[in-house]
Structure formats: C-alpha cells, structure tokens
Design a binder for this molecule. Structure first.
Ligand SMILES: [Fe+2]
Length: 395
C-alpha cells in the first residue's frame, strides 16, 4: 500500500461512489478485494495496482477490514467446443479464493474471469450458498476510474435500469426492429426465474456490477422473425471462436422461440457448428432456444483507446450503451450438468425495442429519461456525468 500513488480527485469520486452506493461498505465488515495477476501483464483480467490500493484504502477508511488477494487464474482453452466441458472437467475457481470468500462479508472483484453472467456457474452458486455479495468492479484501472462511464453516479444508472424494468410487463407484446432487416416479435413471459417481475434493485443482491448498465432480459414467448447481427460480446465470441466484429452479417430465422436457420459467411458456419455441439450438451430444445432481448442503459458507456487500450474491453463496455441491444442464443440455465453461464450475446447497435405501448429503446434513445424519478436523481449531481447526449423518446 505504501507504493500506491495519491488518488486523483476524479478517481476518488468513482471509488467513493463504488464503496458507498454499490458495495455499501459497513464498518466492521471483512472485505475481500480480489484481482488477478495476469491483468497487470496484458491478460484478460485487466487491472492495475493503484486501483486495488485506492479501494483497499477506501474500505479501511470506512472502518472495515480489507484483505487484498492477487490470484493466478487457471489456464484453459479459449474455444470451448466441440468437446464441451462438464461439471467434472470445466475449470474451477482456485481453492484459496473459495476459502477466502467463505471468511468474507463482501467481495469486491476485479477478476474479469469471475462474473455471475458470463463464465462458470460455480461462482453464482457459491455466492448464493455462502450468502456473499459480490461487487464486480469493471472500472479496474486508474484511467477507467476517471472516465465519464465510471464517474456517472451509480444511483442514476440504477434508477434508469429500474424504470426500464417497469416497462417490461409480462403478457405484453414486444417487437425488435433494425434498419438492417431485423424484425423479431413475441410476447413478454414471466420475469427472471428467481423473481416474478422485471422490476428490482441490485443494491441488496449478491451480484452488484459497477458501473451497472443493463436491464433484465425479456423472457420471450412465441418469438418469431428474422434477427440480423454482425457482432457478439467478446467473452462468448472468443468461447465460440468468432471475432467480436464479424466479417459478414449473420441472419437467424426464429420460429417458436427457436433458431430454425443460421445464414451468412464464415461466422454463420462457426455458429452452426457451435449450436450443434451445444445440442449434444444441452439437448436440441435448449441449444436452439433464443432468449432476451435486453440492452444497455448507460449514457457514457463508450470509452476511448486512451482510456482503455484493449479493444475487446472497449467493445464489452459499449454493450452497456443505450444504443446496444442483444439476443442470447441457447438456454443453459435449466441444465444442471452444464457448467457455463451461457451468455451468447448477439448484438445490434441502433435497434428499436417496443414493449406494449412503449418504445423502450430507439437508436440510442431511452423511454425513461424524462421519468420524474430519473430527473430527480440526475438533479442531485449536476457536476457529474449524467444523461447529456442521450434523449428521451417522449421528448
Ligand atoms: Fe444479456
């Protein structure tokens, strides 16, 4: 800690927001701060020592105990098929991390390989079993802490996310369109498996992403139509073996919530191969099931190469921008033996999502930006990045 440089005031704003409004650190807590050492040397778990040191100092300032753990994450193959791992053969969270988690009251993780949404099911299962809340700090370097993305108040994004969730009502028809020819339609099914609706805060949950930036995925019923996309969020693009930005668009024909046809160039061919391998692991019905849509709600989720030199990470952050919507391919959640949190996020930028009478998204505009609660929260922090540059649909 002695070698940590003084914190710039811009980064201090972010660290305070993270600790007070997302992590909700309390005096007397045992806080585990996790980072992976590959992230200091060009690996995927991008991090720097200053960020970890500033967060450690902030935790101690709040009267909590901070334990910093630098971990070596297991090596593994990037492309996960054709022989998709089972619970017995998939990579595991290092034992020393699991032991430390069991002693903690709160986890602040900078390990990109550990998320509840995109990697292995082992992590969310442990968090639930030991009732350990995890903050996933994605602003994991000093330059990222100083971006408008990270400095936008956490409560503002939480409010936008909550109000977007209110627009997703079970039983309403939904429609997703894009000038590229995409036209999907269906009915909104019941909310996420653990909740009856799409309206909930994350501040008391086990998974607290920072910055937050996406609202709950629509559970589609009777989804039909054409979905055309040319990009995929980098984690599952690499797991499947396609580039995050495709050389040619992929066209998916959807019938009764299932992928009926995948057409396009080399990426379509790879996706067809992946889905047939997935069918061996999940069964045809779940492998070809289509899920979502949902999308980004963070007005400043676009960072520059100077702020983040890693192109994949910039693309990942951009998926939280309101212009971004995605569908998921495959349903891995219902198969207990399938070890991955399947998040095959097929992304479009600039689409229009309508639910019932409301346009939720339209080319980067959001329906809730003139909601009184959103305006109220935004007005509390006039000097911080907010919703400028993104307009309300009803304006
Ligand atoms: Fe998603």
């Amino acid at each position: 800690m002695n070698d940590i440089p003084p914190i710039p005031s811009k980064a201090a704003t972010t660290v305070n927001d993270l600790l007070d409004n997302c992590a909700c650190v309390q005096a007397g807590q045992n806080v585990l701060i996790l980072a992976a050492n590959d992230g200091l040397r060009g690996g995927a778990n991008i991090v720097d020592e200053a960020t970890v040191g500033w967060i450690e100092a902030g935790v101690r300032e709040r009267g909590a105990d901070a334990r910093v753990m630098w971990v070596d994450m297991p090596e593994r193959q990037t492309v996960i098929w054709p022989g998709i791992a089972t619970r017995d053969t998939v990579w595991r969270i290092p034992a020393e991390v699991k032991a430390a988690m069991k002693e903690a009251d709160l986890l602040i993780s900078h390990v990109f390989d550990l998320s509840s949404e995109e990697h292995i099911k082992e992590l969310p299962e442990i968090l639930r079993e030991i009732e350990l809340p995890m903050v996933r700090n994605m602003a994991s370097t000093a330059p990222l802490l100083m971006t408008d993305w990270a400095r936008t108040p956490h409560d503002l994004i939480a409010e936008i996310r909550y109000r977007m969730g209110e627009l997703i009502v079970a039983g309403e028809p939904w429609e997703l369109t894009h000038p590229n020819g995409t036209h999907l339609r269906g009915v909104v099914g019941p909310g996420p498996r653990t909740r009856p609706t799409y309206v909930y805060w994350r501040r008391d949950g086990f998974y607290r992403p920072f910055p937050d930036g996406i609202y709950p995925a629509v559970n589609p019923v009777d989804c039909e139509g054409i979905y055309i996309f040319d990009r995929m969020m980098p984690i599952w693009a690499h797991n499947i073996g396609v580039p995050p930005l495709f050389s040619q668009p992929v066209t998916i024909t959807v019938e009764q919530n299932h992928v009926a046809k995948v057409e396009g160039g080399t990426e379509a061919e790879t996706l067809r191969g992946f889905l047939s391998a997935l069918a061996k692991a999940l069964g045809e019905d779940h492998a070809y099931e289509i899920r979502a849509p949902h999308g980004g709600v963070h007005p400043s989720a676009l960072v520059t190469p100077a702020e983040c030199p890693d192109a994949d990470y910039r693309e990942f952050i951009a998926s939280f921008h309101p212009s971004s919507l995605h569908m998921h391919l495959g349903q891995g959640g219902r198969n207990k033996d399938f070890p991955y949190s399947l998040h095959t996020a097929c992304e479009i930028r600039g689409g229009t999502l309508t639910v019932g009478a409301f346009k939720v998204h339209d080319g980067g505009r959001m329906a809730v930006l003139d909601h009184p609660s959103v305006l109220d929260v935004a007005a509390r922090t006039p000097d911080l990045p907010g919703v400028a540059g993104i307009s309300a649909l009803s304006a």
